[in-house]
Design a binder for this molecule. Structure first.
Ligand SMILES: Nc1ncnc2c1ncn2[C@@H]1O[C@H](COP(=O)(O)OP(=O)(O)OP(=O)(O)O)[C@@H](O)[C@H]1O
Ligand SMILES: [Mg+2]
Length: 462
């Protein structure tokens, strides 16, 4: 569900737009002043902001500037009282994506918003692909037997290229934060496909009805919104790799199409009559246990088998023995350098403490704990006192994770819910900050907030 923030002092107009968009499955928030909008933007983390040019007290362009500073990812569409070329030019120069003129047509506004959010999402993924390092198994730290075996297996799997057709799909399994994305990248950048595209899509972050056209593309006029022809990610990833993250959240209809694709590596754009052959390696990842997915019946068993021709399983961090110390020291060194404390070391006791923690958030959690310790520590040695492990995890979480009575899936879901809730509370329910703290995208946070029904409880009035 995309999120919209409307900053508009005409109450009636703001309410009308909000109503119209909510009926079309958008999350909408309204601010009637620039000050209020600016104060709330980081907490809302909107995909798009509709910003009125003529707000009391604050100039439209100045507001736009601050908005973009507070939330660089938000796309801003200006609303102007009259059509003025100069105004439009200024707004675009200042970073607005487009503008709408009053009196506003709700249908046009909806169309523009829809288009913008689609572009944003596609843009973010592609940008991601270009900006992130081309990491290999060398970036996957760890010397425990399980990790050494995994790295050898990745190298072996990456080099598998049948003479005819695309290589078999790979399924990466592991708890949240255990390194699935790193493994996917290593599979790409150690393979002969390394110079070709690596495209990632998070199946949980995209509304089901959009996912299909994102993946397969569409012809012009295939559905009401399809103004132009668009190639899908399968075609965009030709000769490279498509990484389907959180594949367990894929909608049933898309599962059928993916299964068909894996059968013959042929696909068809929505609204087209022609099949195309594309050479794409599919890598899927999930943090939900396979058995659970099969049991629940939410995921097709035949697709699961197709996807998991090759399975790579990441062990949870708590089962990697001395890797905890290795990773902690490495993170302390790199993060310390970044904060101007290159000599920073962990005390023996601190390492021992880290080794007793169950790490429900795995490597991501470890890195965050170290980062927090590095930032707050004033001594040359990071000791136990500098390390704050969330009590909720050391006390209530451990028995949960160990208990045989509770299925692992539930324990993990509970642990995840707790981690996110605590992070949100620490960040005063600021979605952007929480995403940064946990090292995930804001779409992920928003998605999980919905899934775990996490909502800020407002104090009772009066
Ligand atoms: N073995 C490792 N060595 C170094 N860094 C690691 C390792 N494993 C994970 N990390 C780091 O931990 C963070 C989380 O890893 P990653 O995003 O790959 O996890 P994930 O399994 O995809 O998690 P999620 O299920 O939440 O998507 C990243 O910043 C990653 O670089
Ligand atoms: Mg991931």
């Amino acid at each position: 569900m995309p999120t919209l923030l409307i900053i508009e002092d005409e109450v009636h107009l703001a309410n009308n737009i909000a109503e119209f968009m909510r009926r079309r499955e958008w999350d909408v928030e309204i601010a009637h002043t620039a000050e209020d909008g600016l104060a709330r933007v980081a907490g809302i983390a909107p995909d798009v902001v509709l910003l009125d040019f003529n707000l009391p007290r604050m100039d439209g362009l100045a507001t736009l500037d601050i908005l973009r500073e507070r939330d660089p990812q938000a796309r801003v569409i200006m609303i102007t009282g009259r059509s003025s070329v100069q105004l439009a030019v200024d707004a675009m120069k200042a970073g607005a994506v487009d503008f709408l003129v009053k009196p506003l047509s709700l249908v046009n506004a909806h169309e523009l918003l829809q288009r913008t959010v689609r572009d944003v999402r596609l843009h973010r993924r592609i940008e991601y692909h270009h900006s992130r390092d081309r990491s290999t198994t060398a970036h996957l730290l760890g010397e425990s037997p399980a990790m050494l075996t995994l790295k050898a297996r990745i190298r072996q799997v990456a080099s598998m290229e049948p003479v005819d057709g695309a290589p078999p799909a790979i399924l990466i399994m592991g708890e949240t934060g255990s390194g699935k994305e790193l493994v996917a990248r290593a599979c790409q950048y150690e393979s002969g496909r390394r110079e070709r595209p690596f495209i990632e899509i998070n199946c949980a972050a995209i509304p089901a009805n959009l996912l299909e056209s994102e993946l397969f593309g569409h012809e012009r006029g295939a559905f009401t919104d399809a103004r132009e022809r668009k190639i899908g990610l399968f075609e965009a990833a030709d000769q490279g790799t498509l990484f389907l993250d959180e594949v367990s959240e894929m909608d049933a209809a898309v599962q059928v199409k993916l299964l068909k694709f894996l059968d013959d590596h042929r696909m068809r754009r929505l609204g087209s009559v022609q099949d195309r052959r594309v050479d794409v390696r599919v890598i899927a990842a999930t943090n939900r246990p396979l058995q659970q997915l099969e049991r629940e019946g939410s995921f097709r068993a035949d697709l699961l088998h197709r996807l998991s021709v090759i399975r790579l399983a990441l062990p949870p961090l708590r089962e990697r023995g001395r890797d905890i110390a290795l990773l902690a020291n490495r993170f302390a060194a790199t993060i310390g350098t970044r904060y101007g404390k290159p000599e920073l070391m962990l005390s023996l006791e601190a390492v021992q403490l880290l080794e007793t923690h169950p790490w429900p958030g795995n490597v991501r959690e470890l890195r965050n704990v170290i980062e927090q310790a590095v930032v707050t520590c004033e001594e040359p040695v990071l000791d136990v006192s500098a390390i704050s492990l969330p009590a909720v995890m050391t006390q209530s979480m451990t028995p949960d994770l160990m208990s045989a009575a509770e299925p692992v899936g539930d324990a993990l879901a509970n642990a995840e819910r707790e981690v996110i809730l605590r992070a949100l509370e620490n960040c005063n329910w600021n979605v952007l900050q929480t995403a940064r703290l946990l090292g995930v995208s804001r779409d992920t946070i928003r998605y999980r907030m919905r899934r775990h029904e996490l909502r800020r409880r407002l104090p009772d009035p009066g």
